[in-house]
Design a protein around this ligand. Structure first.
Ligand code: GLU
Length: 469
């Protein structure tokens, strides 16, 4: 074995890909890429009842969306049952595991007795030293856990954590239906896949001493471990749907940018000077797993929105236009491939005011279709007294050919000056006429994006609307 770093992301495909899982994937990915190592993707699908192919797709989609590529896999544990069985057999042969015939009912009685006597509720070891053939029938396989010493986990994030073996159970490593259990499969896989660093959520910390016992019993080299804090909601409960989006697919659908997600997730529990916005290259340069905070990370949607808004402005507008297109399609704003150059121009008018692609698509609506005027500003600004002014502006604009915002700005200013008027007098009515709302991008930008024909048509419509009042 070389001393190359090998890490893995090992999700269970039992539901949507939780943002906490993505963070685990991200940290492993960063660790591999920083150390010139490899990252392996392993689907832990031994829970046959809860695992689905759809959930595997969600995992792959989420990773692809975030550009978290992997070097090996995806492996599926259900393809590897023979390997687990070999090691289970080996443990039995070496008298490090045994058949346990205790039924669930018997185990329950045992548990209650222990509780009544104030003893730990772990398995009492009844089948530990059964003679071969003393019983038969349905059985599980239990690991004969060493029970006398201490196990110290030298955690890359949490430092040294000690566990007392006397507290540890004879773990079931194979269920009575023949399927291997998590702690066994994870150890066999991590060992056979040459994993050097196991980086995962803190919820697995209590499994680690059990797994270390198994590594030792199987004669495998123990990897290093790093347990990341969990992501909590503002109420300090594990982040879930209750707190808003928690699945990576939801963030995708809500129009967050993958750069912003990565940026935000890496900043949860890690900082570098005062910097907030990081490209992946900058993260790879500065980030370090052992600088990761031990305390829980609180998910803050407002902060994510802020980070996303920064990235909406930071990415090239052509790129935003490209990513916006599916969101426009969803709102049925563009049926066919839209003109990229035009879309880019449009993006430039909206990106300062859009936190996500969804918000941008929503704000873009007026460019694509006629809307009802927002009643309140329409009543206030589209009044009979501005009608003559609207007529003049219409005539003037009808005579213009250059609709670039700079040219319009100059020419309209000059025109208003000769008329002895101020832009203020006409700005709001024009804004309502062109965008149907009082909150919009700059007037000249809007005119450039709409182009001459639509600009004139909309002003004309507003003139008619005024007359009809
Ligand atoms: N499959 C486990 C989970 O999704 C992770 C196992 C591990 O990282 O050791 O929680």
């Amino acid at each position: 074995m070389t001393d190359q770093v090998r890490v893995r992301f090992a999700p269970s495909p039992t539901g949507f890909l939780h943002i906490g899982g993505v963070r685990t994937a991200l940290y492993n990915w960063l660790y591999a890429r920083q150390h010139g190592g490899k990252i392996i993707l392993r689907i832990e699908d031994t829970d046959l009842e809860r695992s689905t192919d759809e959930a595997v797709e969600w995992i792959l989609d989420g990773m692809r969306w975030l550009h978290l590529d992997w070097d090996d896999g995806p492996y599926r544990q259900t393809d590897r049952f023979d390997l687990y069985q070999q090691d289970i057999d080996r443990l039995i042969t070496e008298n490090k595991a045994y058949r346990c015939y205790c039924t669930p009912g018997e185990l329950e009685v045992m548990r209650k007795e222990a509780l009544a006597k104030g003893r730990p509720t772990k398995y009492n070891g009844r089948c530990r030293n059964l003679e071969d053939g003393a019983r038969d029938g349905d059985h599980t396989i239990r690991f004969k856990a060493p029970q006398t010493g201490q196990i110290v986990v030298d955690d890359m994030i949490r430092g040294s954590v000690m566990f007392d073996e006397t507290q540890m159970d004879d773990l079931i490593i194979r269920r009575s239906d023949g399927s291997p259990t998590y702690n066994l499969t994870v150890v066999v896989d991590d060992a056979l896949m040459g994993i050097t660093h196991v980086i995962r959520g803190e919820d697995h910390l209590s499994n680690t001493p059990r797994q270390i016992q198994l590594y030792e019993a199987l004669g495998y080299e123990v990897p290093r471990f790093g347990h990341m804090s969990l992501i909590l909601g503002p109420d300090r409960e594990k982040l879930s749907k209750r707190h808003g989006a928690a699945a990576v697919s939801e963030f995708m659908e809500m129009g967050y940018l993958q750069e912003a997600m990565i940026n935000y997730l890496v900043r949860l529990g890690w900082s570098h000077e005062e910097q907030e916005i990081f490209t992946v290259e900058q993260i790879l340069e500065h980030w370090s797993l052992d600088e990761q905070k031990k305390s829980a990370a609180i998910f803050d949607h407002d902060k994510l929105n802020w980070v996303n808004a920064q990235w909406m402005k930071k990415l090239p507008p052509e790129e935003i236009a490209y990513r916006l297109a599916p969101f426009l399609e969803k709102r049925e704003l563009v049926q066919k491939t839209p003109d990229r150059e035009w879309l880019t121009k449009m993006v430039l008018t909206l990106r300062e005011r859009s936190t996500t692609l969804v918000v941008m698509a929503q704000k873009a609506e007026f460019y694509f279709r006629e809307l009802e005027y927002d009643p309140e500003p329409a009543e206030k600004f589209l009044t009979a007294d501005v009608a003559p002014l609207m007529d003049k502006v219409y005539e003037f604009l009808a005579g213009q050919e250059n609709y670039s915002q700079e040219a319009l700005h100059e020419s309209i200013k000059a025109f208003l000056e000769t008329e002895g008027l101020k832009l203020k007098a006409i700005a709001q009515p024009l804004r309502i006429a062109l965008t149907y709302r009082k909150d919009s991008p700059g007037l000249f930008e809007v005119m450039e994006v709409l182009g001459k024909e639509s600009t004139l048509a909309r002003i004309d419509k507003a003139r008619k609307w005024i007359r009809d009042q």
